[in-house]
Design a protein around this ligand. Structure first.
Ligand code: GLN
Length: 486
């Protein structure tokens, strides 16, 4: 049951071999026993989850089910869920019970999915290791000394440890793909604007994008079917005809042109990750794909550009947390100004404060032209590199991360090292392109590693098809950490 695909779970539910109540209770009891050590969840609410499961069972009994009805899903704590504590991993929101649902939460609700709980994450999604969370680090279920990646570390851990069959994540510069890679699961960040950001707490609005995390590409396709769609409450939401992402999953990949950016295969990638990625590419060759060398000359600037633009937007977005309307408020203050200052000094963690300072700096008079505007120009050049590359190839592949998961505590003291975790993922984010990671084996210390697939705009169906074909031929996506499966 723990290793079942969403389709298998759906069949069991519709055949009444198991009820959603039983399934949900099963996962909740597993969470109870493993979460105290793994720390993947910030909030659990058994009663709420079981009530939702009961409604799902009623939907099934009435013959009104969708392919996802009755299946539990863990929600990253960046998504507002009505009546649930929604902290975004921060002390600032440690008392915030959301009065409304994010569109993503609402859509899964309507599909009959069960909210299993809210997962741990880096504070305001700023981080690559889940160590900036006010609620403490999450452990990687493959090796509990290691980080699970971030910022969607709790979601990645929950899926990998089989505490949940699926989870939501958000990705600003790599936060779905990097933890998916480090935890040996699959995750996709759709084209910017495809999934509504309404109710997803804002970090860097021109980059933020929600997406699903699960064991396989097939599961992701099912989840994406429910997640994607126009939302008038999000001004950057795209209006497009609805697609069925499961329709072409099994199409052969013969003749597929895979672009290999020479910059991604140069120095930086460790040899164990390189070995796993090369083996995955060899599998694609067997499946009939062809390879073209491409160049993304400006991608080397993606991390510095990201670390100007994301903090700039964050400094603006986070100005709303002032202790007045909701969230944390300092206990003692002498006047209004002091209330703001103390609330923000006490409510935000170190990394968030660092980003606010950087963001305020690059937006201030005299520095705006030198940093922010330059970064915007480079962002355009990075996007143009991709446009040129997609004239020569259908998809781009490379490593998701430069190394396998590092140890908890190893990079905390060195922000630059931490920022480099997103060296392969942030370029696609800046261009607004869809990107995904699928597990392709293990590197040093038997820690998982991932293959990064970047598609052209709105090519999610093609990416999922290509990933699914690989998963039909291999079984990395079926493997679970030692005490987490079977
Ligand atoms: N690791 C990157 C950061 O710290 C990306 C985070 C994200 O995608 N939310 O900003």
């Amino acid at each position: 049951m723990l290793n079942a695909s969403l389709r298998q779970l759906s069949r069991l539910l519709s055949d009444k071999k198991i009820s959603s109540t039983e399934l949900t209770a099963g996962f909740l009891s597993r969470i109870k026993s493993l979460n105290p050590d793994l720390n993947a969840f910030i909030t659990l609410d058994e009663e709420k989850s079981l009530n939702q499961a009961k409604s799902a069972d009623a939907m099934i009994a009435a013959g009104q089910s969708t392919p996802l009805t009755g299946i539990p899903i863990a929600q990253k704590d960046i998504f507002c869920a009505k009546g649930w504590l929604t902290t975004c991993g921060s002390r600032m929101l440690s008392n915030f019970i959301s009065p409304y649902d994010a569109t993503v939460v609402e859509r899964f609700d309507q599909a009959g999915m069960v909210n299993l709980g809210k997962t741990n994450m880096d504070e305001f999604a700023m981080g690559s290791s889940n160590e900036t969370s006010y609620y403490g680090p999450v452990k990687n279920p493959w090796d509990r000394l290691a980080v699970p990646g971030g910022s969607s570390g709790g979601s990645a851990c929950a899926v990998a440890a089989r505490l949940a069959p699926a989870a939501t994540g958000s990705d600003t510069g790599g936060s779905i793909r990097q933890p998916a890679a480090l935890c040996g699961i699959s995750g996709i960040k759709p084209t910017y604007g495809l999934v509504s950001r309404y109710g997803m707490i804002a970090f860097a609005s021109s980059l933020d994008q929600g997406g699903p995390m699960a064991k396989s590409a097939e599961d992701l396709a099912l989840l994406l079917n429910a997640m994607v769609g126009f939302d008038e409450r999000d001004s950057t939401s795209l209006q497009r005809e609805k697609e069925d992402y499961t329709k072409n999953l099994t199409q052969p990949v013969e003749g597929l042109r895979i672009g290999l950016p020479k910059e991604f295969f140069a120095e930086g990638m460790s040899s164990d990750v390189s070995r796993a990625v090369e083996a995955a590419l060899a599998e694609y060759r067997k499946l009939g794909a062809t390879f073209v060398e491409i160049s993304l000359p400006n991608s080397k600037l993606a991390v510095p550009v990201y670390y100007v633009l994301a903090p700039a937007e964050a400094s603006s977005n986070l100005s709303r947390f002032d202790g007045v309307r909701y969230g944390y408020r300092a206990a003692q203050y002498s006047n209004l100004e002091d209330l703001y200052a103390r609330t923000r000094a006490e409510g935000f963690g170190e990394e968030v404060k660092r980003r606010i300072l950087i963001g305020t700096y690059v937006l201030s008079h005299g520095y705006y032209d030198a940093y922010y505007l330059q970064a915007q120009k480079l962002r355009r050049l990075i996007a143009e590199d991709f446009a040129k590359a997609f004239e020569q190839c259908d998809l781009i592949m490379g490593p998701t991360t430069p190394t396998v998961a590092f140890n908890i505590g190893e990079k905390c003291g060195d922000p630059i090292q931490m920022y480099l975790s997103d060296i392969y993922t942030s370029a696609a984010s800046l261009a607004g392109l869809p990107g995904m990671s699928i597990p392709v084996g293990f590197g040093d210390k038997n820690r998982p590693t991932g293959l990064h697939i970047i598609g052209n705009y709105f090519r999610e169906a093609q990416m999922l098809n290509v990933a699914h074909r690989y998963q039909l031929a291999t079984n990395w996506h079926e493997l679970a950490p030692p005490d987490s499966g079977n």
